[in-house]
Design a protein around this ligand. Structure first.
Ligand code: GAP
Length: 460
Protein backbone atom coordinates (compact mmCIF):
# COMPACT_ATOMS: atom_id res chain seq x y z
CA UNK A 1 0.00 0.00 0.00
CA UNK A 2 1.50 3.37 -0.96
CA UNK A 3 1.72 5.93 1.83
CA UNK A 4 -1.02 8.58 1.56
CA UNK A 5 -0.40 12.21 0.71
CA UNK A 6 -0.79 14.06 4.02
CA UNK A 7 1.03 17.26 3.13
CA UNK A 8 -2.04 19.48 2.76
CA UNK A 9 -3.47 18.25 6.06
CA UNK A 10 -0.12 18.84 7.71
CA UNK A 11 0.08 22.41 6.45
CA UNK A 12 -3.26 23.10 8.08
CA UNK A 13 -2.41 21.27 11.35
CA UNK A 14 0.98 23.00 11.46
CA UNK A 15 -0.65 26.42 11.29
CA UNK A 16 -3.56 25.61 13.63
CA UNK A 17 -1.35 24.15 16.36
CA UNK A 18 1.61 26.51 15.98
CA UNK A 19 4.21 24.35 14.31
CA UNK A 20 4.85 26.31 11.11
CA UNK A 21 3.50 29.59 9.73
CA UNK A 22 3.98 31.25 6.37
CA UNK A 23 6.61 33.99 6.68
CA UNK A 24 5.16 37.55 6.67
CA UNK A 25 1.71 36.03 6.32
CA UNK A 26 -0.19 39.29 6.95
CA UNK A 27 1.48 40.72 3.83
CA UNK A 28 0.54 37.73 1.72
CA UNK A 29 3.67 35.74 2.56
CA UNK A 30 7.16 35.58 1.03
CA UNK A 31 7.97 33.06 -1.67
CA UNK A 32 8.65 29.75 0.03
CA UNK A 33 9.94 31.01 3.36
CA UNK A 34 8.48 29.68 6.60
CA UNK A 35 8.48 30.57 10.31
CA UNK A 36 8.48 28.01 13.11
CA UNK A 37 5.89 28.60 15.84
CA UNK A 38 6.05 27.54 19.51
CA UNK A 39 5.68 23.80 18.83
CA UNK A 40 7.71 23.88 15.62
CA UNK A 41 10.76 25.52 17.15
CA UNK A 42 10.84 22.88 19.91
CA UNK A 43 10.51 20.08 17.36
CA UNK A 44 13.23 21.42 15.06
CA UNK A 45 15.51 22.14 18.04
CA UNK A 46 15.05 18.53 19.17
CA UNK A 47 15.97 17.25 15.71
CA UNK A 48 19.09 19.43 15.66
CA UNK A 49 20.08 18.44 19.21
CA UNK A 50 19.76 14.77 18.32
CA UNK A 51 22.01 15.24 15.30
CA UNK A 52 24.55 17.26 17.29
CA UNK A 53 24.62 14.60 20.00
CA UNK A 54 25.12 11.75 17.56
CA UNK A 55 27.67 13.55 15.38
CA UNK A 56 29.68 15.64 17.84
CA UNK A 57 29.06 14.82 21.51
CA UNK A 58 29.06 11.05 21.24
CA UNK A 59 32.17 10.85 19.05
CA UNK A 60 35.69 11.84 19.87
CA UNK A 61 36.66 12.18 16.23
CA UNK A 62 34.23 14.96 15.22
CA UNK A 63 34.52 18.60 16.34
CA UNK A 64 31.84 21.29 16.28
CA UNK A 65 31.92 24.63 14.45
CA UNK A 66 29.63 27.62 13.91
CA UNK A 67 30.98 29.57 10.93
CA UNK A 68 29.49 32.87 9.72
CA UNK A 69 26.97 33.07 6.90
CA UNK A 70 28.83 35.87 5.12
CA UNK A 71 32.22 34.85 3.75
CA UNK A 72 34.90 36.34 1.56
CA UNK A 73 33.42 36.16 -1.98
CA UNK A 74 36.59 34.43 -3.21
CA UNK A 75 35.39 31.36 -1.27
CA UNK A 76 32.55 30.95 -3.77
CA UNK A 77 34.84 31.37 -6.75
CA UNK A 78 37.14 28.67 -5.38
CA UNK A 79 34.28 26.34 -4.53
CA UNK A 80 32.88 26.58 -8.06
CA UNK A 81 29.59 28.14 -6.98
CA UNK A 82 30.01 31.45 -8.82
CA UNK A 83 30.57 29.69 -12.12
CA UNK A 84 28.61 26.51 -11.67
CA UNK A 85 25.89 26.68 -9.00
CA UNK A 86 23.20 27.21 -11.60
CA UNK A 87 19.97 25.69 -12.75
CA UNK A 88 18.71 25.96 -16.33
CA UNK A 89 15.71 28.28 -16.32
CA UNK A 90 12.87 28.53 -18.86
CA UNK A 91 10.17 31.22 -18.92
CA UNK A 92 6.72 30.74 -20.37
CA UNK A 93 5.78 34.04 -22.04
CA UNK A 94 2.13 32.99 -22.18
CA UNK A 95 1.42 32.17 -18.53
CA UNK A 96 4.43 34.08 -17.10
CA UNK A 97 5.64 31.06 -15.12
CA UNK A 98 9.19 29.88 -14.61
CA UNK A 99 10.37 26.30 -14.77
CA UNK A 100 13.57 24.36 -14.42
CA UNK A 101 14.45 23.21 -17.91
CA UNK A 102 15.72 19.87 -16.60
CA UNK A 103 12.50 19.20 -14.64
CA UNK A 104 9.81 20.02 -17.21
CA UNK A 105 8.32 16.55 -16.93
CA UNK A 106 7.79 17.06 -13.15
CA UNK A 107 6.41 20.59 -13.53
CA UNK A 108 2.77 21.61 -13.95
CA UNK A 109 1.54 24.53 -16.03
CA UNK A 110 -0.64 26.79 -13.79
CA UNK A 111 -3.49 26.77 -16.32
CA UNK A 112 -6.38 24.34 -15.95
CA UNK A 113 -6.59 21.53 -16.80
CA UNK A 114 -2.99 21.41 -15.72
CA UNK A 115 -0.44 19.99 -18.12
CA UNK A 116 3.31 19.93 -18.40
CA UNK A 117 4.87 23.23 -19.56
CA UNK A 118 4.86 23.50 -23.34
CA UNK A 119 1.97 21.07 -23.84
CA UNK A 120 -0.58 23.78 -24.71
CA UNK A 121 -0.28 24.82 -28.35
CA UNK A 122 -0.08 28.53 -27.42
CA UNK A 123 2.74 28.03 -24.88
CA UNK A 124 5.75 30.18 -25.75
CA UNK A 125 8.74 28.79 -23.91
CA UNK A 126 12.03 30.71 -24.02
CA UNK A 127 15.41 29.07 -24.56
CA UNK A 128 16.97 27.75 -21.35
CA UNK A 129 19.42 30.11 -19.65
CA UNK A 130 21.64 29.40 -16.66
CA UNK A 131 20.47 31.00 -13.45
CA UNK A 132 22.79 31.25 -10.42
CA UNK A 133 21.04 30.21 -7.21
CA UNK A 134 23.15 32.31 -4.84
CA UNK A 135 21.58 35.35 -3.18
CA UNK A 136 23.78 38.42 -3.57
CA UNK A 137 24.02 41.43 -1.34
CA UNK A 138 26.54 44.21 -0.63
CA UNK A 139 28.93 44.56 2.25
CA UNK A 140 29.42 48.14 3.46
CA UNK A 141 27.70 51.31 2.23
CA UNK A 142 28.69 51.18 -1.44
CA UNK A 143 26.65 49.01 -3.77
CA UNK A 144 29.21 48.18 -6.46
CA UNK A 145 30.70 44.99 -7.84
CA UNK A 146 33.68 45.19 -5.46
CA UNK A 147 31.39 44.95 -2.42
CA UNK A 148 29.27 41.97 -3.55
CA UNK A 149 28.94 39.19 -0.97
CA UNK A 150 26.79 36.09 -1.06
CA UNK A 151 24.48 34.44 1.43
CA UNK A 152 26.06 31.01 1.70
CA UNK A 153 24.25 28.33 -0.33
CA UNK A 154 25.79 25.54 1.79
CA UNK A 155 27.46 25.54 5.20
CA UNK A 156 30.22 23.18 4.04
CA UNK A 157 32.60 25.92 2.81
CA UNK A 158 32.81 27.40 6.32
CA UNK A 159 34.19 24.03 7.37
CA UNK A 160 36.73 23.73 4.54
CA UNK A 161 38.23 27.15 5.14
CA UNK A 162 38.53 26.37 8.86
CA UNK A 163 40.01 22.91 8.35
CA UNK A 164 43.48 23.79 9.61
CA UNK A 165 42.23 26.14 12.36
CA UNK A 166 40.18 23.35 13.88
CA UNK A 167 42.80 20.64 13.31
CA UNK A 168 45.57 22.66 14.92
CA UNK A 169 43.44 23.94 17.82
CA UNK A 170 42.15 20.49 18.72
CA UNK A 171 45.23 18.49 17.67
CA UNK A 172 42.94 15.99 15.95
CA UNK A 173 44.59 13.45 13.71
CA UNK A 174 43.21 12.38 10.33
CA UNK A 175 40.69 10.73 10.12
CA UNK A 176 38.49 13.27 11.90
CA UNK A 177 35.45 15.39 11.14
CA UNK A 178 34.02 18.88 11.60
CA UNK A 179 30.28 19.39 11.97
CA UNK A 180 28.03 22.41 12.00
CA UNK A 181 24.41 23.48 11.87
CA UNK A 182 23.45 26.71 10.19
CA UNK A 183 21.34 28.64 7.74
CA UNK A 184 21.81 28.34 3.99
CA UNK A 185 20.08 30.25 1.21
CA UNK A 186 19.23 29.32 -2.36
CA UNK A 187 17.21 31.31 -4.84
CA UNK A 188 15.39 28.16 -5.97
CA UNK A 189 13.48 28.43 -9.24
CA UNK A 190 10.82 25.95 -8.22
CA UNK A 191 10.57 25.84 -4.44
CA UNK A 192 7.55 24.21 -2.85
CA UNK A 193 5.93 21.27 -1.15
CA UNK A 194 5.72 23.17 2.14
CA UNK A 195 9.16 23.20 3.83
CA UNK A 196 10.61 20.57 1.52
CA UNK A 197 12.29 23.04 -0.84
CA UNK A 198 12.59 26.59 0.45
CA UNK A 199 14.82 29.58 -0.21
CA UNK A 200 16.04 29.90 3.37
CA UNK A 201 16.75 26.70 5.27
CA UNK A 202 19.05 25.12 7.80
CA UNK A 203 21.67 22.52 7.04
CA UNK A 204 23.38 20.04 9.33
CA UNK A 205 26.65 19.19 7.60
CA UNK A 206 29.73 17.20 8.52
CA UNK A 207 33.00 16.94 6.61
CA UNK A 208 35.12 13.94 7.53
CA UNK A 209 38.78 14.32 6.52
CA UNK A 210 40.50 11.06 5.58
CA UNK A 211 43.71 9.84 4.04
CA UNK A 212 43.42 9.46 0.24
CA UNK A 213 42.91 5.82 -0.59
CA UNK A 214 40.80 5.19 2.53
CA UNK A 215 37.98 7.40 1.25
CA UNK A 216 35.67 4.75 -0.21
CA UNK A 217 35.89 2.73 3.00
CA UNK A 218 34.82 5.77 5.09
CA UNK A 219 32.19 6.64 2.50
CA UNK A 220 30.59 3.20 3.00
CA UNK A 221 30.67 3.60 6.80
CA UNK A 222 29.06 7.04 6.82
CA UNK A 223 26.44 5.93 4.31
CA UNK A 224 25.34 3.15 6.70
CA UNK A 225 25.60 5.26 9.90
CA UNK A 226 23.53 8.07 8.51
CA UNK A 227 20.69 5.75 7.49
CA UNK A 228 20.70 4.26 10.98
CA UNK A 229 20.37 7.75 12.44
CA UNK A 230 17.16 8.32 10.47
CA UNK A 231 15.75 5.02 11.68
CA UNK A 232 16.64 6.07 15.26
CA UNK A 233 14.64 9.25 14.68
CA UNK A 234 11.60 7.04 14.21
CA UNK A 235 11.36 7.23 10.41
CA UNK A 236 9.83 3.97 9.20
CA UNK A 237 12.43 1.64 7.74
CA UNK A 238 10.37 0.94 4.63
CA UNK A 239 10.06 4.68 3.97
CA UNK A 240 13.85 5.02 3.60
CA UNK A 241 15.98 4.09 0.63
CA UNK A 242 19.33 4.92 -0.95
CA UNK A 243 19.68 6.49 -4.34
CA UNK A 244 23.08 6.29 -5.96
CA UNK A 245 24.05 9.20 -8.20
CA UNK A 246 24.87 8.22 -11.76
CA UNK A 247 27.71 9.91 -13.69
CA UNK A 248 25.48 12.71 -15.00
CA UNK A 249 23.89 13.45 -11.61
CA UNK A 250 27.14 13.87 -9.67
CA UNK A 251 27.77 17.42 -8.41
CA UNK A 252 30.90 19.13 -9.72
CA UNK A 253 32.80 18.27 -6.52
CA UNK A 254 31.66 14.67 -6.05
CA UNK A 255 33.53 11.47 -6.81
CA UNK A 256 30.67 9.31 -5.55
CA UNK A 257 27.34 10.15 -3.94
CA UNK A 258 24.31 8.53 -2.37
CA UNK A 259 21.10 10.25 -1.36
CA UNK A 260 19.12 8.92 1.55
CA UNK A 261 15.53 9.24 0.41
CA UNK A 262 12.32 9.29 2.44
CA UNK A 263 8.91 8.36 1.09
CA UNK A 264 6.80 11.51 1.61
CA UNK A 265 3.72 9.66 0.32
CA UNK A 266 1.28 10.48 -2.48
CA UNK A 267 2.70 11.80 -5.72
CA UNK A 268 5.80 13.21 -4.02
CA UNK A 269 6.98 9.70 -3.11
CA UNK A 270 10.66 9.08 -2.37
CA UNK A 271 12.71 12.28 -2.18
CA UNK A 272 16.20 13.14 -0.96
CA UNK A 273 16.54 14.12 2.68
CA UNK A 274 20.31 13.71 3.03
CA UNK A 275 23.31 13.47 0.75
CA UNK A 276 26.44 11.46 1.50
CA UNK A 277 29.24 12.56 -0.80
CA UNK A 278 32.83 11.64 -1.48
CA UNK A 279 34.18 15.12 -2.31
CA UNK A 280 37.75 13.87 -2.83
CA UNK A 281 40.34 16.64 -2.27
CA UNK A 282 38.41 18.96 -4.59
CA UNK A 283 37.50 21.69 -2.09
CA UNK A 284 40.72 21.84 -0.08
CA UNK A 285 42.80 21.86 -3.28
CA UNK A 286 40.66 24.64 -4.75
CA UNK A 287 40.97 26.76 -1.59
CA UNK A 288 44.66 26.08 -1.48
CA UNK A 289 45.22 27.37 -5.00
CA UNK A 290 42.83 30.35 -4.68
CA UNK A 291 44.07 31.50 -1.26
CA UNK A 292 47.73 30.68 -1.77
CA UNK A 293 47.71 29.04 1.71
CA UNK A 294 48.73 25.44 2.21
CA UNK A 295 45.88 23.28 3.45
CA UNK A 296 47.81 20.09 4.00
CA UNK A 297 47.70 17.71 6.89
CA UNK A 298 51.05 16.87 8.40
CA UNK A 299 51.18 13.20 9.30
CA UNK A 300 54.06 13.33 11.76
CA UNK A 301 54.02 9.63 12.60
CA UNK A 302 54.72 8.73 8.96
CA UNK A 303 56.65 11.86 8.11
CA UNK A 304 54.47 12.91 5.18
CA UNK A 305 52.02 15.63 4.24
CA UNK A 306 48.93 15.46 2.05
CA UNK A 307 45.62 17.15 1.25
CA UNK A 308 42.96 14.93 2.84
CA UNK A 309 39.95 13.58 1.00
CA UNK A 310 36.54 14.50 2.40
CA UNK A 311 33.44 12.45 3.06
CA UNK A 312 30.49 14.77 3.52
CA UNK A 313 27.13 14.08 5.14
CA UNK A 314 24.66 16.87 4.41
CA UNK A 315 21.12 17.08 5.70
CA UNK A 316 18.41 19.75 5.75
CA UNK A 317 17.09 20.34 9.27
CA UNK A 318 13.79 21.60 7.87
CA UNK A 319 13.47 18.74 5.42
CA UNK A 320 14.07 16.02 8.00
CA UNK A 321 11.70 17.81 10.42
CA UNK A 322 9.07 17.67 7.68
CA UNK A 323 9.85 13.97 7.13
CA UNK A 324 9.37 13.36 10.87
CA UNK A 325 5.98 15.11 10.76
CA UNK A 326 4.83 13.22 7.65
CA UNK A 327 6.03 9.95 9.17
CA UNK A 328 4.14 10.67 12.42
CA UNK A 329 0.81 11.89 11.02
CA UNK A 330 -2.16 9.52 11.55
CA UNK A 331 -5.93 9.76 11.50
CA UNK A 332 -7.28 6.97 13.66
CA UNK A 333 -10.53 5.54 14.92
CA UNK A 334 -10.70 5.25 18.70
CA UNK A 335 -12.45 2.25 20.25
CA UNK A 336 -15.62 3.19 22.08
CA UNK A 337 -15.61 6.75 20.75
CA UNK A 338 -17.51 8.16 17.83
CA UNK A 339 -14.98 10.83 17.03
CA UNK A 340 -11.65 9.64 15.71
CA UNK A 341 -8.42 11.39 16.46
CA UNK A 342 -5.54 12.99 14.63
CA UNK A 343 -2.28 12.03 16.24
CA UNK A 344 1.39 12.76 15.63
CA UNK A 345 3.29 9.64 16.62
CA UNK A 346 6.58 11.51 16.99
CA UNK A 347 9.56 9.87 18.66
CA UNK A 348 9.25 10.95 22.35
CA UNK A 349 12.65 12.63 22.19
CA UNK A 350 11.43 14.81 19.31
CA UNK A 351 8.00 15.72 20.65
CA UNK A 352 7.71 19.47 21.37
CA UNK A 353 5.80 18.77 24.59
CA UNK A 354 6.86 15.69 26.54
CA UNK A 355 3.93 15.44 28.93
CA UNK A 356 0.46 16.88 29.33
CA UNK A 357 -0.67 17.16 32.96
CA UNK A 358 -4.39 17.11 33.69
CA UNK A 359 -6.53 17.15 36.82
CA UNK A 360 -9.53 14.96 36.05
CA UNK A 361 -11.86 17.47 37.72
CA UNK A 362 -11.45 20.92 39.21
CA UNK A 363 -12.42 19.62 42.68
CA UNK A 364 -10.85 17.88 45.70
CA UNK A 365 -7.46 19.52 45.41
CA UNK A 366 -6.80 17.84 42.04
CA UNK A 367 -5.74 21.07 40.25
CA UNK A 368 -3.36 21.91 43.11
CA UNK A 369 -1.73 18.47 43.03
CA UNK A 370 -1.50 18.54 39.23
CA UNK A 371 -0.02 22.04 39.23
CA UNK A 372 2.66 20.97 41.70
CA UNK A 373 3.49 17.91 39.60
CA UNK A 374 3.62 19.97 36.38
CA UNK A 375 6.03 22.46 37.99
CA UNK A 376 8.23 19.62 39.16
CA UNK A 377 8.28 17.87 35.75
CA UNK A 378 8.98 21.15 33.96
CA UNK A 379 12.48 21.10 35.47
CA UNK A 380 13.20 18.04 33.30
CA UNK A 381 11.18 18.50 30.11
CA UNK A 382 8.52 20.62 28.38
CA UNK A 383 5.13 20.17 30.05
CA UNK A 384 1.67 21.48 29.20
CA UNK A 385 -0.85 21.90 32.03
CA UNK A 386 -4.51 21.85 31.06
CA UNK A 387 -7.57 21.78 33.31
CA UNK A 388 -10.19 23.16 30.89
CA UNK A 389 -12.95 21.03 29.34
CA UNK A 390 -13.65 17.32 29.06
CA UNK A 391 -10.66 15.05 29.66
CA UNK A 392 -11.13 13.33 26.26
CA UNK A 393 -10.81 16.70 24.51
CA UNK A 394 -7.70 17.52 26.46
CA UNK A 395 -6.11 14.19 25.47
CA UNK A 396 -7.04 14.78 21.81
CA UNK A 397 -5.39 18.20 21.78
CA UNK A 398 -2.16 16.69 23.06
CA UNK A 399 -2.38 13.77 20.60
CA UNK A 400 -2.48 16.30 17.80
CA UNK A 401 0.61 18.07 19.19
CA UNK A 402 2.42 14.72 19.38
CA UNK A 403 2.68 14.72 23.21
CA UNK A 404 3.69 11.15 24.10
CA UNK A 405 2.61 11.05 27.76
CA UNK A 406 -0.62 12.23 29.40
CA UNK A 407 -0.56 12.38 33.19
CA UNK A 408 -3.86 12.51 35.00
CA UNK A 409 -4.53 13.34 38.62
CA UNK A 410 -7.83 11.69 39.59
CA UNK A 411 -10.04 11.04 42.62
CA UNK A 412 -7.66 8.40 44.04
CA UNK A 413 -4.45 10.35 43.50
CA UNK A 414 -4.35 12.29 46.77
CA UNK A 415 -5.03 9.17 48.86
CA UNK A 416 -2.46 6.93 47.16
CA UNK A 417 -0.07 9.67 46.07
CA UNK A 418 -0.11 8.31 42.52
CA UNK A 419 -1.28 9.30 39.04
CA UNK A 420 -1.96 7.62 35.72
CA UNK A 421 0.33 7.86 32.72
CA UNK A 422 -1.53 7.48 29.44
CA UNK A 423 0.51 6.50 26.41
CA UNK A 424 -0.28 8.43 23.26
CA UNK A 425 0.18 5.60 20.76
CA UNK A 426 -1.72 2.63 22.19
CA UNK A 427 -3.80 4.51 24.79
CA UNK A 428 -2.68 2.14 27.56
CA UNK A 429 -2.64 3.58 31.08
CA UNK A 430 -0.47 2.68 34.06
CA UNK A 431 -0.52 3.96 37.64
CA UNK A 432 2.74 5.38 38.92
CA UNK A 433 3.75 6.93 42.26
CA UNK A 434 3.81 10.73 41.87
CA UNK A 435 7.46 10.95 42.88
CA UNK A 436 8.50 8.49 40.14
CA UNK A 437 6.74 10.05 37.15
CA UNK A 438 9.77 12.02 35.91
CA UNK A 439 12.07 9.04 36.19
CA UNK A 440 9.62 6.71 34.41
CA UNK A 441 9.13 9.13 31.52
CA UNK A 442 12.87 9.76 31.21
CA UNK A 443 13.52 6.03 31.01
CA UNK A 444 11.00 5.64 28.19
CA UNK A 445 12.62 8.48 26.26
CA UNK A 446 16.12 7.13 26.79
CA UNK A 447 15.12 3.58 25.81
CA UNK A 448 14.57 4.77 22.20
CA UNK A 449 11.70 2.31 21.94
CA UNK A 450 8.55 3.60 20.24
CA UNK A 451 5.99 4.69 22.83
CA UNK A 452 3.43 2.04 21.91
CA UNK A 453 5.93 -0.76 22.34
CA UNK A 454 7.39 0.72 25.51
CA UNK A 455 4.01 0.86 27.17
CA UNK A 456 3.37 -2.77 26.32
CA UNK A 457 6.76 -4.08 27.33
CA UNK A 458 8.03 -2.32 30.43
CA UNK A 459 5.78 -1.41 33.31
CA UNK A 460 8.08 -0.13 35.98
N1 GAP B 1 27.08 20.61 0.89
C1 GAP B 1 26.38 19.72 0.05
C2 GAP B 1 25.03 20.15 -0.23
O1 GAP B 1 24.63 21.26 0.12
P1 GAP B 1 22.77 19.39 -1.33
O2 GAP B 1 22.36 18.03 -1.80
O3 GAP B 1 22.63 20.53 -2.27
O4 GAP B 1 24.28 19.21 -0.83
C3 GAP B 1 22.05 18.88 1.12
O5 GAP B 1 21.97 19.72 0.01
C4 GAP B 1 20.73 18.79 1.85
O6 GAP B 1 20.25 20.10 2.18
C5 GAP B 1 19.59 18.15 1.06
O7 GAP B 1 19.63 16.74 1.17
C6 GAP B 1 18.36 18.74 1.70
O8 GAP B 1 18.03 18.00 2.88
C7 GAP B 1 18.83 20.13 2.12
N2 GAP B 1 18.40 21.14 1.13
C8 GAP B 1 19.02 21.48 -0.01
N3 GAP B 1 18.34 22.45 -0.66
C9 GAP B 1 17.26 22.71 0.11
C10 GAP B 1 16.16 23.62 -0.02
N4 GAP B 1 16.06 24.47 -1.04
N5 GAP B 1 15.21 23.63 0.95
C11 GAP B 1 15.31 22.80 2.02
N6 GAP B 1 16.33 21.92 2.18
C12 GAP B 1 17.29 21.88 1.24
Amino acid sequence: MPYPDVLEKLVSLAKRRGFIFQSSEIYGGTGSVWDYGPLGVELKNNVKARWWNAMVRQRDDVEGLDAAILMNPKVWEASGHVAGFTDPLIDCKTCKSRFRADKLQDAQCPRKPSRHPGEYAECQLTEARQFNLMFKTFMGPVEDSASVVYLRPETAQGIFVNFLNVQQATRQKVPFGIAQIGKAFRNEITPGNFTFRTREFEQMEMQFFVEPGTDMEWFAKWKAWRREWHVGLGLADDRLQYHQHGEKELAHYARAAFDIEFDFGGSLGFQEIEGVHNRSDFDLTQHQSHSGKRLEYVDQANNRRYVPYVIETSLGADRVTLAALVNAYREEAVEGEEEGRTVLRLHPALAPITAGVFPLTKKDGQPEMATRLAADLRKRFPVFYDEAGAIGRRYRRQDEAGTPFGITVDGDSARHDDVTIRFRDDLQQIRVATGRVAEVIASYIASDVPVAEASRVVHP
